[in-house]
Design a protein around this ligand. Structure first.
Ligand code: TYD
Length: 135
């Protein structure tokens, strides 16, 4: 499993408008099973606040800007996403939240799993306890 990291996506510059893409296993290290997006976030709101036991995700801010805050149980990492040709790979067992959304921010998230509530860890203390057992 790879560490959390920013992945730069291809950018086809074109005077008619630019184009970026990713596809299974070429730009991201998993096959996509689910796509969802977050939008219409009121100013100052925070999304997320959980970790996944097994699920991997890749987060792109298609429009506007936002911060993804990761915590590995010891340290916090803040990634600002503001270009649609960069995405953040998030492996399993990382606590993540999203804040600092700009007006009209649009976040696209692809996952290697179907939605499974049982894969969520929604309590930070429980997460810290579990992540210490894994490491
Ligand atoms: P959640 O993942 O907790 O949102 P966030 O991490 O952005 O705060 O999901 C919010 C609600 O939406 C929760 O009730 C579960 C539901 N949901 C689905 O039904 N399918 C999905 O693919 C996702 C991501 C969420």
């Amino acid at each position: 499993m790879q560490a959390h990291q920013i992945i730069q996506l291809p950018k086809i510059n074109d005077p008619r408008g630019n184009l970026s893409f990713f596809q299974n296993q070429d730009q991201i290290p998993f096959d996509i099973k689910r796509t969802y997006w977050i939008y219409d976030v009121p100013g100052g709101e925070v999304r997320g606040g959980h970790a996944f036991k097994t699920q991997q995700e890749f987060i792109i801010c298609l429009s506007g800007s936002m911060d993804v805050v990761l915590h590995d149980g010891k340290e916090e990492f803040r990634y600002t996403l503001k270009r649609s040709y960069y995405g953040l790979y998030v492996p399993p067992m990382i606590w993540r939240s999203m804040d600092n959304f700009s007006t009209n921010a649009l976040a696209l998230i692809v996952s290697d799993s179907l939605f499974t509530e049982g894969d969520y860890i929604r309590d930070f203390q429980t997460y810290q306890h579990l992540v210490q057992q894994v490491n």
